[in-house]
Design a protein around this ligand. Structure first.
Ligand SMILES: [Fe+2]
Ligand SMILES: [Fe+2]
Length: 180
């Protein structure tokens, strides 16, 4: 975006740039979280979930690209150092190697998505009526984050159901149920 585009955003430009930098760091942290856990996830059914996590990683990378591009249009650059990603991201220092069991991986992902949704909601309110281009981009991303959260909740619910079934089976309760 050229001069006019920046002019339209006006005096809020610095604030918006800072917000977008945080969002960029969030996305890269989320990307690496999904990417890494997709490689090392353990447990029954982890292959299916790992492939889903790999897709999620690519989606977060896409979001980082959208935000990076917007920063470029606003004549700013995204934080380039991985140290900055950790320090700036609202997720804090996420070490994906701590979440490689199926349940932990999904629960941590849900936590990340929840925080991302809250953050995008705040940003969208802030840029509304100030910067329509950023507003549009953030809305598109938010829709995808909400979908991601819903998918994860569905996966977790199925996992919980499976755990209950396994427990029943272990206790021999299934045979009893089947008799009725
Ligand atoms: Fe994202
Ligand atoms: Fe996400």
């Amino acid at each position: 975006m050229g001069r006019k585009g920046r002019e339209i955003v006006g005096s809020s430009i610095d604030e918006i740039v800072d917000d977008l930098k945080v969002a960029y760091c969030n996305e890269l942290t989320a990307f690496h979280y999904y990417w890494y856990t997709s490689l090392y996830m353990q447990g029954i059914g982890s292959l299916t979930i790992a492939s889903k996590f790999k897709d999620s990683a690519m989606e977060e990378l896409k979001h980082a690209g959208m935000i990076g591009e917007r920063l470029n249009q606003l004549a700013a650059m995204a934080p380039s150092s991985p140290v900055d990603w950790t320090n700036t991201s609202i997720f804090g220092n996420v070490d994906p190697s701590k979440y490689t069991t199926l349940r932990d991986a999904i629960e941590k992902a849900l936590e990340i998505e929840g925080l991302a949704i809250e953050h995008y909601n705040e940003l969208i309110k802030r840029v509304k009526d100030v910067d329509y281009a950023t507003y549009d981009i953030l809305q598109d991303i938010l829709v995808e984050e909400v979908k991601e959260e819903q998918d994860l909740e569905d996966i977790l619910a199925r996992l919980e159901l499976r755990e209950v079934e396994e427990k029943i089976e272990e206790e021999g309760g299934k045979e009893i149920i089947e008799q009725f």
